[in-house]
Design a protein around this ligand. Structure first.
Ligand SMILES: Nc1nc2c(ncn2[C@@H]2O[C@H](COP(=O)(O)OP(=O)(O)OP(=O)(O)O)[C@@H](O)[C@H]2O)c(=O)[nH]1
Ligand SMILES: [Mg+2]
Length: 227
């Protein structure tokens, strides 16, 4: 019982900070995305694919979350966009407070879109909101098509599931239809995409959907009734 009380308090504190973050993002018209997956599913590779086309339309910022090291932030910095690295020092997820601590290092007054690459983990990041508008989770083909049924919370809380590394389908026994059907059983509203960061397949379809989301968000907040 004692342990359950502690967990509830931690989540409550995080929810309060996430709400403050959300108010700040809304006030500054920054569409914010939490990108989650197991380690190595291809989150940074995906960002490397989508940043160049997005950059031509929007002012983009990236927050990289890792237990340690700055190698993902270095990969992103090649694209000449603002990037901040969070090192959790052992924690398996990014929480609202860690995101808040990046604000002094981000050009918040000019950003249109902020994307946070969470720590590679299919469990803990699903439990912590950071104040984001959209949660996107990535499942890569080598991980297996049983993941939605084994790690349901991640699929339940996400707005979109991206199946990555479809170029590897001929070499592994991953059934995309099974993964998609199981994920939709958990979350009927889940948007589904299939991509390969290696070949670029499916990236354009994702970008069309994503840009609609960004534009709809900015339209809402810039109309008089939305202010
Ligand atoms: N074949 C293939 N390999 C890919 C694809 N996407 C990423 N990879 C490879 O998968 C490995 C991990 O990719 P990353 O982008 O670093 O994955 P990540 O999710 O950012 O990893 P963490 O930040 O450590 O959780 C790298 O060797 C990539 O080159 C893909 O679509 N197809
Ligand atoms: Mg990465």
């Amino acid at each position: 019982m004692t342990q359950i009380t502690v967990v509830e308090k931690i989540l409550g504190a995080n929810d309060r900070i996430a709400l403050e973050n959300r108010k700040l993002f809304d006030g500054k018209n920054i569409f914010t995305v939490n990108l989650m997956s197991s380690p190595g599913a291809g989150k940074t590779s995906f960002l490397e694919k989508i940043i160049p086309p997005l950059k031509s339309r929007y002012s983009i910022g990236i927050v990289e979350g890792d237990i340690q090291d700055v190698c993902d932030a270095e990969r992103i910095s090649r694209f000449d966009v603002p990037v901040v690295q969070i090192n959790t020092g052992g924690a398996c997820h990014i929480d609202g407070n860690m995101v808040k601590e990046t604000f002094p290092d981000l050009p918040l007054n000019t950003l249109d879109v902020l994307i946070l690459e969470n720590v590679g983990n299919l469990v803990c990041p699903a439990e912590f909101s950071i104040g984001e508008h959209l949660k996107i989770m990535m499942l890569s083909v080598p991980e297996g098509d049983d993941k939605p049924m084994k790690y349901p919370l991640m699929f339940k809380v996400s707005d979109a599931m991206i199946i990555n590394k479809v170029d590897l389908l001929p070499f592994v026994s991953f059934r995309p239809e099974k993964a998609k059907n199981d994920a939709r059983k958990i979350n009927p509203g889940l948007e589904l995409f299939e991509i390969s960061c290696k070949t670029g397949d499916g990236i354009d379809v994702f970008l069309r959907w994503f840009e609609e989301k960004i534009d709809a968000f900015h339209a809402t907040l810039t109309t008089p009734s939305g202010t």
